[in-house]
Write a protein that binds this ligand. Structure first.
Ligand SMILES: C[S@@+](CC[C@H](N)C(=O)[O-])C[C@H]1O[C@@H](n2cnc3c(N)ncnc32)[C@H](O)[C@@H]1O
Length: 455
């Protein structure tokens, strides 16, 4: 079945680009076809799986002529693992696709036809992640496994190494599951909802080498965990703490609300932008420390703070942006919904001797309307760094009412960024001055950006 626009048809295509979800993009008789696992420049044979009148999705049957940008993946399970989409795409091509993704979102969603997007800041392409969270499972022969899910499934691929993770985390991945097996701790089974251990989570301070190991369990206790934790602390000199997170909910969220420190300390220390930061097991912290630091340097250079500014850092996490900004401003107020993160941010402020900051636990929606009373007006700068879904209409309305002179909007989703920038410009009288993308997530289609607005 070929040469027809119907499900099951086999088509020959040339792949000419990559889309924002990581699929290769080709054209067939004016229609667009998305084909996962392909590289721009590939000539491929694909079978149409799903079709709409003007576009569809195909499954790669074979690469007839490989693109010069198709490379050998660093990962031995790259063709199966659902973790990275772009292990076979040359890094320069990944960067070009991300640049295009940002430019397209700003034009198509934001209507910013003339805005110049700065060249994307490249990262180390491998071994860059400071945090790994591996689901645990059992093989058909009942061996304990840890790894990532096979593409599009919840079937685990057992891994002993993951090339995008900091290499110092690999021994924990390959060895801890053996100890779990020897302890006989029951592994959680999603299908029956029985068992205890769900995830192995690892966090490393890139500059300090300190490692924190967290087990996520449906039960608040595991027999013999204290003794096993002591064995791990002795075996791994860089391991500084062992934690147990209790998550008994039927949910996709990895962590539950309570975390116990079983042995050692409940955080890793990280040196970040000349500050000493403590990061707990469940706190949000950018996974690419070096890139977060590069983007922070861009923000500080662009803001060029003089020491008299009142700044609000909305969605502030553990103060990663709040503290370096406060260092150059009159006062900085961080707003953050996670109580744990705010406590960590307050500790981080104290350790670094930064006293011109405050942190408020709560939703930005609730607290942004009150920041004028709290800090005094005018507010000079508001920094936004929301989750992927972007800002709610209520946050944008409050922001427009507050009318800070400048807005810095950091985002990991160019589509919601472009949507919110459009609202701020059309309804709030802001002008988009500059957009700087940065690659925080090599080997995946994700891209981070910071946009600068002035009123
Ligand atoms: C992308 S992270 C940014 C954290 C911080 N700016 C950083 O660079 O480390 C988003 C943060 O927003 C918090 N958050 C999510 N929704 C929120 C809301 N409605 N109000 C306040 N904080 C929120 C999350 O807990 C998370 O810490």
């Amino acid at each position: 079945m070929g040469d027809r626009w119907q499900q099951g048809a086999v088509l020959d295509l040339e792949i000419t680009g990559l889309n924002s979800t990581g699929e290769g993009v080709g054209r067939w008789q004016e229609r667009v076809v998305f084909v996962p696992d392909t590289v721009p420049g590939d000539r491929v044979q694909t079978r149409l799986l799903r079709i709409k009148p003007t576009y569809g999705w195909g499954k790669l049957l074979q690469v007839e002529t490989a693109s010069p940008d198709r490379i050998k993946p660093a990962c031995i399970v790259a063709d199966k693992c659902g973790g990275c989409q772009w292990q076979t795409v040359a890094y320069t091509e990944q960067l070009a696709a991300k640049q295009q993704q940002v430019e397209d979102a700003l034009k198509r969603i934001g209507g910013f036809d003339t805005i110049k997007v700065e060249p994307i800041l490249p990262s180390a392409p491998l071994a860059y992640r400071n945090k790994a969270t591996y689901p645990l499972g059992r093989s058909d022969t009942q061996q304990v496994q840890a790894g990532y899910y096979r593409k599009g499934t919840h079937k685990l691929i057992n891994l002993n190494r993951c090339p995008v993770q900091d290499e110092r985390l690999d021994p924990f991945l390959s060895e801890i599951k053996q100890d779990i097996a020897e302890q006989g701790w029951p592994i959680y089974d999603e299908s029956t909802q029985r068992g205890a251990l769900r995830h192995l989570s690892l966090r490393i301070g890139r500059r300090t080498g300190q490692v924190l190991l967290t087990l996520v369990s449906t039960r608040p206790r595991l027999g013999n965990l204290e003794e096993q934790a002591q064995t791990w602390l002795q075996r791994y000199p860089h391991l500084v703490g062992v934690m147990l997170n209790h998550n008994a909910q039927q949910t996709n969220a990895i962590f539950g609300g309570t975390t116990y420190c079983v042995a050692g300390q409940p955080y890793v220390e990280e040196q970040f932008a000349n500050l000493q930061l403590r990061v707990g097991p469940t706190n949000f912290f950018q996974v690419n420390t070096e890139q977060a630091e590069q983007l922070l340097a861009v923000i500080l250079a662009e803001l060029n703070l003089q020491g008299h500014e009142r700044v609000v850092d909305a969605y502030c996490g553990i103060g990663t942006l709040t503290l370096p900004i406060a260092d150059q401003a009159k006062h900085c107020l961080g707003l953050e919904v996670s109580k744990d993160s705010v406590q960590q941010a307050q500790t981080n402020a104290a350790i670094n001797g930064i006293s011109n900051v405050d942190f408020q636990v709560g939703a930005v929606e609730d607290w942004l309307p009150q920041v004028g009373e709290r800090l005094g007006t005018p507010i000079d700068v508001v920094v936004l760094d929301p989750p992927r879904k972007g800002c709610t209409p209520a946050v944008l309305r409050s922001l427009i009412e507050l009318a800070p002179h400048r807005i810095v909007y950091m985002s990991c989703n160019p589509a919601t960024l472009a949507r919110d920038l459009k609202t701020l410009c059309e309804q709030g009288g802001y002008q988009l001055q500059r957009v700087q993308p940065a690659d925080f997530f090599p080997q995946t289609a994700h891209v981070e950006c910071v946009a600068f607005l002035v009123r």
